[in-house]
Design a protein around this ligand. Structure first.
Ligand SMILES: [Zn+2]
Length: 115
């Protein structure tokens, strides 16, 4: 089965694009990476349980491979956590060293490895 982030189009990672595409105060998931021949290569996956717009801005100029971003809103922090787990296991990379942390008060398990 082909692995997919389930996210929309990629945008260059800068303040203008983040404000243009990502509504403030929404939670959700994102991926950072670079593009070659139109293909997006994942270099990092993450989530924000508070504000995706703010979180993405923290990654600007953090790593030269973080040229583009994709994102997806989540309705709940539990949904964001489960999506991040799937992304983490589907797109292993050197920048995501640790398994995604559970949201506060979340008692469920990772849907992939049951950690
Ligand atoms: Zn896991």
């Amino acid at each position: 089965m082909m692995k997919t982030l389930g996210m929309g189009a990629s945008h260059r990672l800068n303040v203008t694009n983040i404000n243009r595409y990502v509504r403030m105060g929404r939670i959700g998931n994102y991926a950072l990476g670079y593009k070659e021949d139109g293909i997006f290569y994942v270099c990092y996956v993450g989530r924000s349980d508070t504000d995706l717009n703010v979180r993405l801005k923290e990654h600007i100029d953090e790593n030269s491979d973080y040229e583009y971003f994709k994102f997806k809103y989540a309705e709940t922090v539990a949904d964001a956590y489960m999506t991040e787990c799937r992304n983490f296991h589907d797109f292993p990379n050197e920048n995501n060293k640790n398994h995604p942390a559970k949201p506060e008060d979340y008692v469920g398990k990772c849907p992939v490895c049951s950690e």
